[in-house]
Write a protein that binds this ligand. Structure first.
Ligand code: ATP
Ligand code: MG
Ligand code: MG
Length: 554
């Protein structure tokens, strides 16, 4: 039974345990490069690695893969930590590949001494040319057979800053005829005269990803190193590098690959998201339209909605595209349980209840959330003048229109049954207000026969004198195409949806006045909303997280 529900990654671990690997030795890591904010694709990797940590009660490190000072920043490190914590995961230790620069350098010296690495003094274009093609062997560099002494001396000079960028590189000496192009003497170090956000100017040679990653896993004694499929071909090199330094008494990390997760109508690549930020398409990394964890948080996604999404899509062996509506489904499902209901009107139409007394302060009882274990209630003010949604009224309509029409009745949520008597119009013939009458005996929950009378429609509303005006930001998809970056001949920015943000004025019931940044609400009959951080004392600002129904399916 149990075995059936395991994913293929868990099978790998279970098999290792069966073959005698000590459970105490299990250790995982999540290894982001701090060159941008985490996105929904990373959420899969986070849930995988930290999920395994929880399942096997094993430590998980947060490791910053910070070997490229040109693109990395402390601000990204901070944002990544914040996002992982917000998702609710606890790392064992925060580590940085840059912590290992000295160890990696020392190991590089070991490789040089063993004749397994050499300094190449050719320009990078030349090196690339000599790589050959998968079907033809590459050409060996004329520097490949430099003496150990010469290599040691040149490598030290590289480290000391005696050369300009591009003058030399350190390469592993493996096999220029390998069928795996990555094994054709890969570069281990390049010269970069750039300050690093952690090591400052201590180093001017920086290790390449392949040389760094496996050795970092080894230093941390990570047992299983899970990465995305594009690294499958790198596995051979990962193992080769490990072989050079491996102590048989220690755990030898195992790299295994899983599929990248892509989400429709957006891009999940830090590099592309950076362009959206830099070119001003969005207002920042946490713009609610962004597929970043912080954008989703600001939009109103909960950690559970993101984790449940990641669990549902699971771990796959082949790349595929997940429709964004599945992510939205999980937002709805979680917010349905957690978000208190309130009444808000976004396209107001004034209704005057002509037989309701003026200057009366009536407060009605309203249920906060029918999903609560123990129901709680709040007071909602009612009055003679209320707003309903424009689309909830028509002068004339067929039988299927269960909302308000002239001569017809509806129930006002938590309140009374009203009947539309007259539509008041302006000179252009636009309806500016509707005059109604109410049945004073029909109050919800009052127990009278009138209150139990069945009418088809129930409308949400707000009392005009009590309503609070708010700003509501409604979002559409950021891209008009499901896969904006699939087109080879077109830049993905050509598919940006010009109407992805719409700002409207809305009216909410006064109970919302005390809401704080991040608070979630269901605006009844409309959708889920949360309080944006742009909120001030004067003005509440809401983000629409998602509508109540999947309106995209049509
Ligand atoms: P990006 O192109 O967005 O920078 P990346 O893979 O270079 O992605 P890293 O910071 O290196 O980003 O990613 C950290 C971890 O998250 C890696 O193990 C990586 O494989 C994984 N990861 C990144 N993107 C996805 C994705 N779309 N789906 C699943 N895992 C991902
Ligand atoms: Mg990476
Ligand atoms: Mg990257």
């Amino acid at each position: 039974e149990e075995a059936k529900s395991l994913n293929f990654i868990e099978h790998i671990i279970e098999d290792d345990l069966k073959e005698g690997f000590n459970k105490e030795g299990l250790r995982f890591r999540f290894p982001p490069e701090p060159n941008g904010y985490l996105h929904i694709g990373h959420a899969s990797s986070i849930c995988l690695n930290f999920g395994l940590g929880e399942k096997y009660n094993a430590p998980v490190n947060l490791r910053f893969d910070d070997t490229n000072p040109a693109k990395e920043e402390q601000a990204f490190v901070d944002a990544i930590k914040r996002d992982v914590e917000w998702l609710g995961y606890k790392w064992d230790e925060v580590r940085y590949a840059s912590d290992y620069f000295q160890q990696l350098y020392d190991w590089a010296l070991v490789l040089i001494k063993k004749g397994k690495a050499y300094v190449d003094s050719q320009p990078s274009e030349k090196i690339a040319e000599q790589k050959g093609t998968p079907n033809t062997p590459g050409t060996e560099s004329p520097y490949r057979n430099r003496s150990v002494e010469e290599n040691l001396s040149l490598f030290e000079q590289m480290k000391n800053g005696d050369f300009k960028e591009g003058e030399h590189v350190l390469r592993a000496k493996i096999d220029m005829a390998s069928s795996n192009m990555l094994m054709r003497d890969p570069v281990m170090y390049r010269i970069l005269h750039k300050a690093h956000h952690r090591t400052n100017t201590d180093w001017c040679i920086y290790p390449m990803y392949d040389w760094t990653h496996g050795e970092s896993d080894y230093i941390e004694q990570v047992s299983h190193s899970f990465c995305t499929l594009e690294f499958a071909m790198h596995r051979e090199l990962y193992n080769w590098f490990l072989e050079q330094v491996y102590d048989p008494n220690k755990v030898k990390p195992k790299q295994r690959e899983f599929a990248r997760r892509n989400l429709s109508h957006t891009v999940v690549s830090k590099r592309k998201l950076l362009r959206l930020v830099e070119e001003g398409v969005v207002k920042g990394w946490d713009d609610p339209r962004m597929p970043t964890i912080s954008g989703l948080r600001r939009r109103g996604y909960t950690p559970d909605s993101i984790k449940n999404f990641a669990k549902t899509i699971g771990i796959a062996k082949r790349d595929n595209l997940i429709d964004v509506s599945l992510l939205e489904f999980h937002a709805r499902e979680d917010l349905n349980k957690k978000a208190p209901r309130i009444m808000a009107v976004l396209n107001p139409l004034k209704v005057v209840i002509t037989n309701y007394p003026e200057n009366t302060d009536e407060y009605l009882e309203a249920e906060n959330n029918p999903e609560e274990d123990v129901l709680t209630y709040r007071k909602v003010p009612f009055s003679r003048e209320i707003y309903i949604e424009q689309e909830d009224f028509r002068e004339e309509a067929n039988r299927k229109f269960f909302r308000l029409k002239l001569g017809g009745e509806v129930r006002l949520k938590n309140a009374y049954i009203i009947k539309a008597e007259k539509a008041v119009k302006d000179d252009q013939g636009n309806i500016v207000e509707v005059h109604c009458t109410y049945d004073p005996l029909s109050k919800s929950g009052s127990g009278t026969p009138e209150s139990q009378r069945k009418v088809k429609g129930t409308l949400h509303w707000v009392s005009i004198p009590h309503a609070k005006e708010v700003e509501v930001r409604e979002y559409d998809r950021l891209f008009t195409e499901a896969e904006p970056d699939r087109h080879k001949e077109k830049d993905f920015l050509e598919f940006v949806n010009p109407d992805s943000l719409r700002i409207v004025k809305g009216y909410v019931e006064p109970s919302v006045e005390t809401a704080k940044e991040g608070d979630h609400f269901q605006f009844q009959r409309i959708g889920y909303f949360n309080v944006d951080r742009d909120t001030t004392h004067e003005k509440l600002v809401f983000n629409k997280t998602v509508g109540l129904r999947d309106t995209w399916a049509k």
